[in-house]
Design a binder for this molecule. Structure first.
Ligand SMILES: C[S@@+](CC[C@H](N)C(=O)[O-])C[C@H]1O[C@@H](n2cnc3c(N)ncnc32)[C@H](O)[C@@H]1O
Length: 244
């Protein structure tokens, strides 16, 4: 029987999900950064800075940025690791990755780039001090497989940080629903000329695991000392886990 999964509120064949996700990011890549600033009122920059600070990355470290897209996290990690460190910007989507790579090159940053699927990482085991994934896990077909891959490439003592939309603080739920299902698609239509992709964004957040469920998924994958930090009334959560 064909295995199915979520694509927003729709149920699709597993094989179809990656194709549909690729369609979303091919479509929004050019306006992705502008949309992030507008729809989060600039907050995404603070969430990402908090994520990098919480990662504990220091000079000389090796960092893998998975689903790195337009390279916001990679740019911050490059500042942290200095000239003796190593940062890999990776993503499955060529349109997103090209924008990220060009931006870092324009900034004169020395970054390594690889187009790859988080579920099959082309890196050796026990190599990285830190693996990050920001707003990417939600889009992956087999989150459990991706998390196990992240664990594999981390060195013992290394940590993963997962920044993702999460379950919002209950009293804000109805306002958040209105914003997500009415305002966001309208903004996506105006700015990115693609309301459907931003409707998918809102739906994919609703079917993504809660803070506690994601913590459990990370523990099941083999991460230890998993904890999370709720940000902006839990619109977003940062999870951190270690490999020992
Ligand atoms: C919302 S963007 C996040 C980009 C960036 N990390 C940020 O925070 O701005 C999600 C990214 O996940 C990537 N992605 C989706 N599925 C993936 C997979 N299986 N492996 C690697 N990247 C994936 C998409 O191509 C897209 O660039």
């Amino acid at each position: 029987m064909t295995k199915t999964t979520h694509f927003g509120f729709n149920t699709v064949a597993e094989a179809e999900k990656a194709r549909k996700v690729a369609g979303v990011f091919d479509s929004v890549a050019e306006r992705y950064n502008l949309m992030n600033d507008v729809m989060s009122a600039g907050m995404h920059r603070l969430w990402k800075r908090f994520a990098v600070e919480t990662s504990g990355v220091k000079k000389g470290d090796r960092v893998l940025d998975i689903a790195g897209g337009t390279a916001d996290l990679s740019a911050l990690f490059l500042e942290q690791v200095g000239s003796n460190g190593e940062v890999w910007l990776t993503d499955i989507n060529n349109a997103m990755l090209t924008i990220g790579r060009d931006r870092l090159l324009d900034e004169g940053a020395a970054v390594s780039v690889a187009q790859c699927d988080a579920e099959k990482l082309p890196f050796p085991s026990n190599y990285f001090d830190c693996v990050s994934v920001a707003f990417g896990l939600r889009n992956m077909t087999h989150k459990d497989v991706a998390l196990k891959e992240m664990l594999r490439v981390l060195r013992p003592g290394g940590r993963v940080i997962v920044l993702e939309f999460s379950k919002v603080w209950k009293p804000l739920q109805s306002f958040y629903d209105l914003y997500s299902f009415k305002v966001l698609p309208a903004m996506g239509g105006l700015i990115a000329r693609d309301p459907d992709s931003y409707r998918y964004l809102a739906e994919s957040i609703r079917v993504h695991p809660s803070q506690e469920e994601l913590k459990q998924l990370m523990q099941n994958a083999g991460f230890e000392r998993v904890e999370y930090f709720n940000l902006s009334a839990s619109v977003v959560a940062l999870h951190r886990g270690y490999k020992f």
